[in-house]
Design a protein around this ligand. Structure first.
Ligand code: N01
Length: 549
């Protein structure tokens, strides 16, 4: 689409983002509820995270057939994945295929950023403005901006002085980058860098990796999707999806055992070896039920992974630098292909920036605190994201009384169910903070959110309800639920982007509901069935009706 600029458009709903979330939301609002909806997207195409993160090696790390929409049998049957874990280009093609099949693109305004979002209490309507001069007034405002879409680039002194090429894994050039013959520095060793480093090393003359914290990365074990397997999956999608929805993290791990202490040490090593060979998240989320709850169980798996790293990296000093010493699996586990072997190459070196941090960027490279200097042709930032809240704050939301979301959330997110926030009526967040989001299967989690939001809108339309928002008190209760579950695990014991501690000054709170997708859905459904207990639903006053019309 192509919402007209410089005119005021009235519509039922505005959706921000055209990734998995925005596409399904648009389809549901328009084709199932029969509402008018406008979608704004910064990129020039659909895809969201899979549009931007096109660095070498980017791919999903839950099985492709789980990492896809389940709502359309036609889509499931027509699309065939070529690899067990699809690469970025294939996932982007898949989302383009879905958008074309459902004829969604005409209702998306591309290359357009929402710059302000104001709730008008006189009319109970949102006014959304964009950087290209659009003004849209709507009743329902829905964020599909994603959890990991605002890059966090450290503000090093001299940051802009580097004269060479600068890249960020989260905003990779569409035409790709040819590193042949070039010296390259990369800062960060999270999941993105761990996928990119082996491929960049194959091209570059020399690659220097600046590591602050090593990761317990385990093998992805990717491979082609054989035709027979693809057919079997297509014939079996119903049960596979149900299994995934019922699984705690949105992917079934049938070999999961209850406790590591029920097995002999030999059995433990064999089971961990089997999980290692299964690949993906099998070791992290599917080995033993107590690994993320019990420090002693955790230590056994941590040492198993460290021994694997020591066995794969030739230089013992480099191997030790690559061995994490924090609780296993408390940072999101990256999956890798030849990552550790990359450090055996002559053209790759690893620099510890924990003991000796980056002091400044200069024209030719960077300097560390001890004055060691590094020069390169290209500098890559793979330094993560201002997760969950970063993209929401960029919408510049002002709710009742002109209260900014940033100010309302100055001690961390306040939501009910991760879906809505008090004082921001009719503003819905798909996979927002305090929902299962990144620790569940993203496409299935998105579907559950979109369907809950759509049912809520349908309920409002059917009952003449003008606004819905959570009670303030329920937000305190929900935060306690989310933090209570998190605190029963080992995850909050480590500084991660799950808690916001990767961003200087960001208030610390655990931002993922860890009770599992099925339990979460049950809570959401019960809330709806109860007539939206914990939410305030109100009808328009006569004066609001008069102003709105
Ligand atoms: O980001 P990260 P990412 N100085 O935050 C370092 C998803 N994902 O883009 O750990 C020096 O994990 C930082 O160091 P430390 C996935 O959910 C999915 O890699 O903070 N270093 C770390 O090493 C993942 O978890 C896939 O000490 C600094 C790195 O930069 C999430 O995206 C693939 C620094 C950032 O790692 C984010 O991954 C890729 C500083 N000032 C990503 N600031 C799939 O497979 C940060 N670092 C689906």
């Amino acid at each position: 689409m192509t919402t007209q600029k410089n005119t005021i458009i009235h519509t039922d709903a505005v959706v921000v983002g055209a990734g998995f979330a925005g596409l399904y939301m648009l389809h549901t609002l328009r084709d199932k509820l029969g509402l008018k909806a406008e979608v704004f997207e910064t990129a020039d195409d659909v895809g969201g995270t899979w549009y931007w993160n096109r660095y070498p090696g980017a791919r999903c790390d839950i099985a492709s057939y789980h990492y896809s929409f389940s709502f359309s049998e036609e889509v499931q049957q027509e699309w065939t994945w070529s690899e067990k874990y699809a690469g970025q280009a294939e996932i982007l093609d898949y989302l383009r295929f879905v958008a074309n099949k459902l004829d969604l693109k005409d209702d998306i305004t591309f290359e357009t950023r929402v710059i302000s979002s104001d709730f008008d209490e006189r009319t109970n309507r949102w006014t959304i403005k964009t950087d290209r001069g659009h003004t849209v007034i709507c009743k329902y405002y829905i964020s599909g901006v994603g959890t990991l879409s605002t890059a966090a680039i450290p503000n090093y002194p001299g940051k802009d002085s580097f004269k060479g090429e600068v890249y960020a894994t989260s905003r990779w050039p569409h035409e790709g980058v040819n590193f042949t013959g070039k010296t390259v520095g990369i800062i960060g060793t999270g999941a993105s860098a761990i996928q990119a480093i082996p491929l960049i090393a194959e091209q570059a003359r020399h690659l220097t990796v600046f590591q602050r914290t090593p990761n317990y990365a385990t093998p992805l074990q990717n491979g082609p999707m054989e035709e027979a397997e693809a057919n079997a999956i297509k014939a079996n999608y119903g049960p596979l999806r149900n299994e995934a929805r019922a699984a705690l993290a949105g992917g079934p791990f049938p070999n999961m055992r209850e406790s590591i202490f029920n097995d002999t040490p030999e059995q433990v090593q064999q089971h961990l070896e089997d999980c290692w060979n299964d690949g993906g998240f099998a070791l992290w989320l599917g080995s033993y039920g107590d690994v993320l709850f019990d420090e002693k169980a955790n230590a056994i798996v941590a040492e198993f992974v460290r021994n694997k790293i020591r066995a794969r990296v030739n230089d013992p000093k480099t191997a030790e630098l690559l061995c994490p010493d924090y609780l296993y699996g408390t940072k999101r586990q990256p999956c890798e292909t030849n990552y550790f072997e990359t450090y055996n190459r002559d053209n790759v070196s690893l620099v510890d920036i924990k003991s000796n941090s980056i002091r400044r960027i200069n024209e030719q490279g960077l300097e560390l605190g001890n004055e060691d200097g590094y020069k390169f042709d290209c500098l890559i930032y793979s330094t993560g994201f201002d997760a969950f809240t970063g993209p929401l704050f960029k919408l510049n939301l002002k709710g009742r009384n002109g209260l900014r979301l940033q100010d309302y959330w100055n001690e961390g997110p306040r939501t009910n169910l991760g879906l809505m926030s008090n004082g921001f009526p009719n503003f819905f967040m798909i996979t927002g903070p305090q929902s299962p989001s990144v620790l569940f299967n993203m496409p299935l989690g998105i579907e559950q959110h979109v369907e809950w939001i759509a049912n809520t809108i349908q309920h409002m339309e059917a009952h003449g309800i003008d606004t819905i928002e959570p009670e303030k008190a329920i937000e305190d209760e929900w935060r306690e639920v989310v933090e209570g579950i998190a605190n029963s695990t080992l995850l909050p014991k480590t500084n991660t982007w799950y808690t916001g501690s990767n961003i200087p000054g960001k208030p610390r709170s655990f931002m993922v509901y860890l009770g599992g997708g099925a339990a979460y859905k049950q809570v959401c459904d019960e809330v709806a069935q109860s007539g939206y207990a914990g939410f305030v639903l109100s009808k328009a006053t006569a004066s609001q009706e008069a102003v709105a019309s």
